[in-house]
Design a protein around this ligand. Structure first.
Ligand code: AMP
Ligand code: MN
Ligand code: MN
Ligand code: MN
Length: 281
Protein backbone atom coordinates (compact mmCIF):
# COMPACT_ATOMS: atom_id res chain seq x y z
CA UNK A 1 0.00 0.00 0.00
CA UNK A 2 1.06 3.57 -0.71
CA UNK A 3 2.58 4.97 2.49
CA UNK A 4 2.04 8.59 3.54
CA UNK A 5 3.83 10.02 6.58
CA UNK A 6 2.81 13.67 6.80
CA UNK A 7 4.44 14.80 10.07
CA UNK A 8 8.18 14.65 10.84
CA UNK A 9 11.01 16.66 12.39
CA UNK A 10 14.68 17.22 11.54
CA UNK A 11 17.58 19.00 13.24
CA UNK A 12 16.16 22.25 11.81
CA UNK A 13 13.85 22.12 14.86
CA UNK A 14 13.94 19.50 17.62
CA UNK A 15 14.49 16.31 15.60
CA UNK A 16 17.65 14.23 15.96
CA UNK A 17 18.32 13.51 12.26
CA UNK A 18 19.65 15.92 9.65
CA UNK A 19 17.08 16.57 6.90
CA UNK A 20 18.99 14.33 4.43
CA UNK A 21 19.29 11.53 7.01
CA UNK A 22 15.56 11.80 7.68
CA UNK A 23 14.78 11.41 3.98
CA UNK A 24 17.14 8.42 3.68
CA UNK A 25 15.53 6.75 6.67
CA UNK A 26 12.05 7.38 5.27
CA UNK A 27 13.06 5.78 1.96
CA UNK A 28 14.50 2.78 3.81
CA UNK A 29 11.27 2.52 5.82
CA UNK A 30 9.19 2.36 2.63
CA UNK A 31 7.59 5.78 2.90
CA UNK A 32 6.26 7.01 -0.47
CA UNK A 33 5.23 10.53 0.56
CA UNK A 34 6.96 12.33 3.46
CA UNK A 35 6.08 15.75 4.83
CA UNK A 36 8.87 17.56 6.66
CA UNK A 37 7.05 19.62 9.30
CA UNK A 38 9.60 21.22 11.58
CA UNK A 39 8.40 23.50 14.37
CA UNK A 40 8.06 27.09 13.12
CA UNK A 41 10.71 26.82 10.41
CA UNK A 42 11.24 25.81 6.78
CA UNK A 43 15.03 25.75 7.13
CA UNK A 44 15.38 21.99 6.63
CA UNK A 45 13.44 21.81 3.39
CA UNK A 46 16.11 22.51 0.79
CA UNK A 47 18.56 19.92 2.17
CA UNK A 48 15.71 17.39 2.41
CA UNK A 49 14.61 18.19 -1.15
CA UNK A 50 18.15 17.61 -2.42
CA UNK A 51 18.25 14.23 -0.71
CA UNK A 52 14.84 13.31 -2.17
CA UNK A 53 15.71 14.42 -5.72
CA UNK A 54 15.68 11.40 -8.01
CA UNK A 55 14.58 9.07 -5.22
CA UNK A 56 11.35 7.09 -5.06
CA UNK A 57 9.97 9.37 -2.38
CA UNK A 58 7.94 12.51 -2.76
CA UNK A 59 8.82 15.19 -0.24
CA UNK A 60 6.02 17.53 0.82
CA UNK A 61 7.16 20.92 2.14
CA UNK A 62 5.48 21.58 5.46
CA UNK A 63 5.67 23.30 8.82
CA UNK A 64 4.20 22.79 12.31
CA UNK A 65 3.17 26.20 13.61
CA UNK A 66 2.86 26.98 17.34
CA UNK A 67 -0.45 28.72 18.01
CA UNK A 68 -1.90 30.19 21.20
CA UNK A 69 -5.60 29.47 21.51
CA UNK A 70 -7.60 29.95 24.67
CA UNK A 71 -4.51 29.91 26.91
CA UNK A 72 -3.38 26.66 25.31
CA UNK A 73 -0.65 25.91 22.80
CA UNK A 74 -2.08 24.21 19.71
CA UNK A 75 0.03 22.93 16.82
CA UNK A 76 -1.20 23.53 13.28
CA UNK A 77 0.45 21.80 10.33
CA UNK A 78 0.74 23.56 7.01
CA UNK A 79 1.10 20.85 4.34
CA UNK A 80 2.28 21.56 0.82
CA UNK A 81 3.23 25.14 1.56
CA UNK A 82 5.37 27.14 -0.84
CA UNK A 83 8.65 27.33 1.10
CA UNK A 84 9.51 30.61 -0.66
CA UNK A 85 6.32 32.42 0.38
CA UNK A 86 7.44 35.73 1.95
CA UNK A 87 4.31 36.08 4.07
CA UNK A 88 4.85 32.66 5.67
CA UNK A 89 8.59 33.18 6.09
CA UNK A 90 8.18 36.58 7.76
CA UNK A 91 5.51 35.18 10.06
CA UNK A 92 7.75 32.31 11.12
CA UNK A 93 10.62 34.75 11.75
CA UNK A 94 8.37 36.48 14.28
CA UNK A 95 7.83 33.17 16.09
CA UNK A 96 11.59 32.67 16.12
CA UNK A 97 11.99 36.00 17.95
CA UNK A 98 9.39 34.90 20.49
CA UNK A 99 11.30 31.61 20.96
CA UNK A 100 14.56 33.48 21.59
CA UNK A 101 12.88 35.71 24.18
CA UNK A 102 11.21 32.69 25.80
CA UNK A 103 14.54 30.83 25.96
CA UNK A 104 16.18 33.64 27.94
CA UNK A 105 13.17 33.67 30.27
CA UNK A 106 13.29 29.89 30.76
CA UNK A 107 17.02 30.18 31.58
CA UNK A 108 16.40 33.08 33.97
CA UNK A 109 13.71 31.14 35.83
CA UNK A 110 15.81 27.97 36.01
CA UNK A 111 18.74 30.04 37.36
CA UNK A 112 16.41 31.41 40.05
CA UNK A 113 15.61 27.89 41.11
CA UNK A 114 19.27 26.93 41.34
CA UNK A 115 20.07 25.73 37.83
CA UNK A 116 22.55 28.10 36.18
CA UNK A 117 23.82 28.04 32.61
CA UNK A 118 20.69 26.67 30.96
CA UNK A 119 20.70 29.03 27.98
CA UNK A 120 24.23 28.07 26.97
CA UNK A 121 23.52 24.44 27.88
CA UNK A 122 20.40 24.23 25.73
CA UNK A 123 22.08 26.11 22.88
CA UNK A 124 24.79 23.42 22.75
CA UNK A 125 22.08 20.93 21.75
CA UNK A 126 20.42 22.97 19.04
CA UNK A 127 21.52 22.33 15.49
CA UNK A 128 19.33 24.83 13.67
CA UNK A 129 18.02 28.29 14.48
CA UNK A 130 15.17 27.05 16.67
CA UNK A 131 15.71 26.76 20.41
CA UNK A 132 13.11 24.33 21.74
CA UNK A 133 12.11 23.06 25.17
CA UNK A 134 13.52 19.75 23.92
CA UNK A 135 17.00 21.33 23.92
CA UNK A 136 16.49 22.53 27.50
CA UNK A 137 15.36 19.02 28.41
CA UNK A 138 18.50 17.52 26.88
CA UNK A 139 20.66 19.94 28.90
CA UNK A 140 18.78 19.10 32.12
CA UNK A 141 19.21 15.35 31.59
CA UNK A 142 22.89 15.81 30.75
CA UNK A 143 23.42 17.81 33.95
CA UNK A 144 21.80 15.06 36.01
CA UNK A 145 18.54 16.81 36.98
CA UNK A 146 16.43 13.89 35.82
CA UNK A 147 16.84 10.53 34.15
CA UNK A 148 14.86 11.11 30.99
CA UNK A 149 13.56 13.86 28.75
CA UNK A 150 10.03 12.80 29.66
CA UNK A 151 10.76 13.21 33.40
CA UNK A 152 12.42 16.59 32.83
CA UNK A 153 9.32 17.87 31.06
CA UNK A 154 7.09 16.73 33.90
CA UNK A 155 9.31 18.22 36.64
CA UNK A 156 10.63 21.40 35.04
CA UNK A 157 9.15 22.41 31.70
CA UNK A 158 5.36 22.29 31.88
CA UNK A 159 2.81 24.72 33.31
CA UNK A 160 3.33 25.31 37.04
CA UNK A 161 6.96 24.09 37.01
CA UNK A 162 10.11 26.19 37.52
CA UNK A 163 11.24 26.31 33.88
CA UNK A 164 7.84 26.99 32.30
CA UNK A 165 7.28 30.25 30.47
CA UNK A 166 3.91 31.00 28.89
CA UNK A 167 3.31 33.84 26.49
CA UNK A 168 1.93 34.30 23.05
CA UNK A 169 2.72 32.36 19.93
CA UNK A 170 0.45 33.52 17.10
CA UNK A 171 -3.34 33.36 16.82
CA UNK A 172 -5.15 30.60 14.94
CA UNK A 173 -6.31 33.13 12.30
CA UNK A 174 -2.77 34.41 11.82
CA UNK A 175 -1.27 30.93 11.40
CA UNK A 176 -3.96 29.94 8.91
CA UNK A 177 -3.45 33.21 7.05
CA UNK A 178 0.22 32.36 6.54
CA UNK A 179 -0.47 28.75 5.50
CA UNK A 180 -3.19 29.75 3.03
CA UNK A 181 -1.03 32.58 1.63
CA UNK A 182 1.63 29.92 0.97
CA UNK A 183 -0.94 27.75 -0.86
CA UNK A 184 -0.86 25.12 1.89
CA UNK A 185 -3.42 22.89 3.55
CA UNK A 186 -3.96 23.64 7.28
CA UNK A 187 -4.29 20.59 9.54
CA UNK A 188 -4.76 20.49 13.34
CA UNK A 189 -1.85 18.38 14.64
CA UNK A 190 -2.39 15.52 17.17
CA UNK A 191 -5.81 16.82 18.34
CA UNK A 192 -6.06 14.26 21.16
CA UNK A 193 -2.97 15.73 22.85
CA UNK A 194 -4.64 18.92 24.09
CA UNK A 195 -7.01 17.37 26.62
CA UNK A 196 -9.97 19.29 25.23
CA UNK A 197 -13.53 18.54 26.24
CA UNK A 198 -15.94 17.66 23.47
CA UNK A 199 -17.38 21.19 23.42
CA UNK A 200 -13.96 22.90 23.50
CA UNK A 201 -12.77 20.70 20.63
CA UNK A 202 -15.92 21.61 18.67
CA UNK A 203 -15.16 25.29 19.32
CA UNK A 204 -11.55 24.91 18.17
CA UNK A 205 -12.72 23.17 15.01
CA UNK A 206 -15.37 25.84 14.41
CA UNK A 207 -12.82 28.65 14.61
CA UNK A 208 -10.32 26.62 12.57
CA UNK A 209 -12.88 26.08 9.79
CA UNK A 210 -13.96 29.72 9.91
CA UNK A 211 -10.32 30.71 9.31
CA UNK A 212 -10.06 28.37 6.29
CA UNK A 213 -8.88 25.18 8.04
CA UNK A 214 -9.40 21.91 6.23
CA UNK A 215 -8.08 18.89 8.08
CA UNK A 216 -7.15 17.16 11.32
CA UNK A 217 -4.56 14.55 12.08
CA UNK A 218 -6.49 11.37 12.75
CA UNK A 219 -3.55 8.98 12.76
CA UNK A 220 -0.59 10.24 14.79
CA UNK A 221 2.44 8.69 16.44
CA UNK A 222 1.11 10.22 19.65
CA UNK A 223 -2.46 8.90 19.36
CA UNK A 224 -3.58 5.66 20.95
CA UNK A 225 -5.89 3.36 19.03
CA UNK A 226 -8.91 4.75 20.86
CA UNK A 227 -7.81 8.33 20.23
CA UNK A 228 -7.42 7.50 16.55
CA UNK A 229 -10.96 6.10 16.38
CA UNK A 230 -12.29 9.12 18.28
CA UNK A 231 -10.58 11.60 15.93
CA UNK A 232 -11.79 9.62 12.92
CA UNK A 233 -15.35 10.11 14.18
CA UNK A 234 -14.63 13.82 14.76
CA UNK A 235 -13.27 14.19 11.21
CA UNK A 236 -16.39 12.57 9.76
CA UNK A 237 -18.77 14.56 11.96
CA UNK A 238 -17.15 17.90 11.10
CA UNK A 239 -16.37 16.93 7.50
CA UNK A 240 -12.68 17.55 7.91
CA UNK A 241 -10.02 15.90 5.79
CA UNK A 242 -8.05 13.26 7.68
CA UNK A 243 -4.25 13.28 7.85
CA UNK A 244 -1.71 10.75 9.09
CA UNK A 245 1.80 11.33 10.41
CA UNK A 246 4.26 9.72 12.79
CA UNK A 247 5.54 12.99 14.36
CA UNK A 248 8.94 11.35 14.13
CA UNK A 249 11.69 13.07 16.17
CA UNK A 250 14.52 10.55 15.84
CA UNK A 251 15.72 7.03 16.59
CA UNK A 252 16.01 7.78 20.34
CA UNK A 253 12.27 7.16 20.57
CA UNK A 254 11.82 3.52 19.51
CA UNK A 255 8.02 3.66 19.82
CA UNK A 256 7.69 5.95 16.83
CA UNK A 257 9.10 5.05 13.41
CA UNK A 258 8.77 6.76 10.05
CA UNK A 259 5.96 5.26 8.01
CA UNK A 260 4.87 2.88 10.75
CA UNK A 261 1.31 4.11 11.09
CA UNK A 262 -2.16 2.74 11.61
CA UNK A 263 -4.47 2.86 8.59
CA UNK A 264 -7.02 5.64 8.48
CA UNK A 265 -10.28 4.22 9.88
CA UNK A 266 -13.10 3.67 7.36
CA UNK A 267 -15.14 6.65 6.23
CA UNK A 268 -12.34 9.19 6.57
CA UNK A 269 -11.53 11.41 3.60
CA UNK A 270 -7.71 11.37 3.32
CA UNK A 271 -5.96 14.71 2.73
CA UNK A 272 -4.06 13.09 -0.14
CA UNK A 273 -7.29 12.41 -2.03
CA UNK A 274 -8.45 16.01 -1.72
CA UNK A 275 -8.70 18.16 -4.85
CA UNK A 276 -5.53 20.22 -5.16
CA UNK A 277 -3.28 17.66 -3.48
CA UNK A 278 -0.37 17.23 -5.92
CA UNK A 279 -0.38 14.03 -7.92
CA UNK A 280 2.13 11.32 -7.06
CA UNK A 281 5.53 11.63 -8.74
P1 AMP B 1 8.46 23.93 22.29
O1 AMP B 1 7.81 24.04 20.94
O2 AMP B 1 9.85 24.48 22.32
O3 AMP B 1 7.59 24.44 23.41
O4 AMP B 1 8.69 22.38 22.56
C1 AMP B 1 7.65 21.47 22.34
C2 AMP B 1 8.27 20.11 21.99
O5 AMP B 1 8.72 19.47 23.17
C3 AMP B 1 7.25 19.17 21.40
O6 AMP B 1 7.18 19.33 20.01
C4 AMP B 1 7.81 17.81 21.74
O7 AMP B 1 8.75 17.43 20.78
C5 AMP B 1 8.52 18.07 23.05
N1 AMP B 1 7.72 17.66 24.21
C6 AMP B 1 6.65 18.27 24.73
N2 AMP B 1 6.19 17.62 25.83
C7 AMP B 1 7.02 16.56 26.00
C8 AMP B 1 7.10 15.51 26.96
N3 AMP B 1 6.23 15.41 27.95
N4 AMP B 1 8.09 14.60 26.82
C9 AMP B 1 8.97 14.69 25.80
N5 AMP B 1 8.95 15.66 24.88
C10 AMP B 1 7.99 16.58 24.97
MN1 MN C 1 8.87 18.54 18.84
MN1 MN D 1 3.32 18.99 17.93
MN1 MN E 1 5.48 17.52 15.63
Amino acid sequence: MFCHDLHSHSTASDGALEPAQLVDRAIAAGVDVLALTDHDTLDGYSAAAQAAAGAALRLVPGVEISVSWNHLTIHVLGLNVDPQCACLREGLDGLLSFRDWRATEIARKLAQSGIPGALEGAARHRQGRILSRTHFAQFLVESGRARSVREVFRRYLVKGKPGYVGGQWCSLETALGWILAAGGLPVIAHPARYGLTRSKLARLIGEFREAGGAGIEVVSGSHSRDETLHMAAVSREHRLLASAGSDYHGPHNPWVELGRLRDLPPGCQPVWEAPGWPAAA
